[in-house]
Design a binder for this molecule. Structure first.
Ligand SMILES: Cc1ncc(COP(=O)(O)O)c(C=O)c1O
Length: 370
């Protein structure tokens, strides 16, 4: 018998979520963001599951792109941060990658390089996020230089990122959007703008390309969910089992520091999952957990390999009972990773990317094998 903790990855749900993104932006092409090991879901498995649907993938660095090419994936791949050193241009060329340029030194390096064939380049605009990109007033100059360098540069696009598309208040989003619209019109540039929240809730941003990430994995990024975000299906289910049960008298405490105290005679389940697996140690008492598909709560601080759950009101729960930390339980009940994240004062992104390698991934794909 192995340790019962697993991360089950539902590739049909991944495809369902991708098709939702595509249907929401029918005039746009939906590039799949696969960085950070497909947000913890497994880079190559997710890429293979979407290879027949997606016109392009996006990753954060050449190493991630190399893993995809080594696995035989031929889909175009964009490097969202471009290259980190000029010598990476050779690999970009060899692996046939698309590159973002966000800084002057990258433009100079690109113009000094002699690729086998002109590269597909995405000019990043800092439209208000103030992370990467050229300030709007400089974009036309950069664009003209690159457009004139026909030996180095083939297709040219504008790309930008929204800082607040998830928020109900649209003020900052509108400002970014207005600026990008003017730039795209002036330069007659094809653009790539929308992340998941914009794909789900800001149709005016869908543009020529969109770039959904987290929604593909079934997490709802919107501050206020909408009819579309509610159709997302969880892709990852993190589940384990009860490995021991304690009976506590009123007033007794559980775990490190004795943070949780029994307010009545209580039954506590010990579950094989801890922060050494990626479950967030910041999870508060009261964080929801499904035991046998029924909701209950975390009781006590998370340990490295175990956590503790109040099962006083679940008399059927026993050693071996399924425990769902997030995702879909065997009875169909869903606990979203977003809800768990709120109890940890974090976001779903950190929980999903934080599931550590010692947790075995099990992939499920109902598609007929060909
Ligand atoms: C440049 C860029 N584009 C797109 C995405 C995808 O964003 P989301 O996961 O919110 O859809 C990210 C994610 O961090 C990003 O950094």
């Amino acid at each position: 018998m192995a340790r019962p903790l697993t991360a089950d990855i539902d590739l049909d749900a991944l495809r369902h979520n991708y098709l939702l993104a595509r249907d929401l932006a029918p005039q746009s092409r939906s590039m799949v963001v696969l960085k950070a090991d497909a947000y913890g879901h497994g880079l190559v498995a997710c890429a293979r599951a979407l290879a027949d649907l997606a016109p392009a993938f996006a990753v954060a660095c050449i190493e991630e792109a190399e893993l995809l090419r080594d696995a035989g994936i031929t889909t175009p791949i964009a490097l969202l941060e471009g290259f980190f050193t000029a010598d990476e241009l050779t690999r970009i060329d060899e692996l046939d990658l698309w590159t973002v340029v966000h800084s002057d030194w990258q433009v100079e390096a690109l113009l000094a390089y002699r690729p086998a064939r002109p590269l597909h380049v995405w000019v990043k605009v800092d439209s208000g996020m103030h992370r990467l990109g050229f300030m709007p007033g400089r974009v036309a100059v950069v664009w003209e230089r690159l457009a004139g360098a026909t030996q180095q540069v083939g297709d040219l696009h504008l790309v930008s990122h929204f800082a607040t598309a998830d928020q109900a208040d649209t003020h900052d989003f509108q400002r970014q959007m207005g600026l990008l619209q003017r730039l795209a019109d002036d330069l007659q540039a094809p653009t790539c703008l929308a992340n998941s929240p914009a794909t789900l809730s800001r149709p005016q941003s869908h543009a020529d390309w969109n770039r959904p990430g987290v929604m593909l994995y079934g997490s709802d990024p919107l501050e206020v969910p909408n009819a579309f975000s509610q159709r997302l299906r969880p892709v990852m289910t993190l589940s384990s089992e009860i490995i021991a049960i304690r009976h506590l008298a009123t007033g007794e405490r559980v775990g490190y520091g004795g943070r949780w105290q029994a307010g009545r005679a209580s039954r506590i389940a010990v579950v094989a999952c801890g922060y050494g697996d990626g479950y967030d140690r910041h999870a508060r008492d009261g964080t929801p957990v499904l035991v046998g598909g029924q909701r209950t709560e975390l009781a006590g601080k998370v340990s490295m390999d175990m956590l503790t759950v109040d099962i006083t009101d679940l008399p059927e729960a026993d050693i071996g009972t399924e425990v769902t930390l997030w995702g879909r339980a065997a009875n169909g009940e869903v606990l979203t990773v977003d809800e768990v994240a709120r109890h940890c004062d974090t976001i779903s992104y950190t929980l999903m990317t934080g599931v550590l390698p010692r947790v075995p991934r099990r992939y499920h794909d109902a598609r007929p094998r060909v």
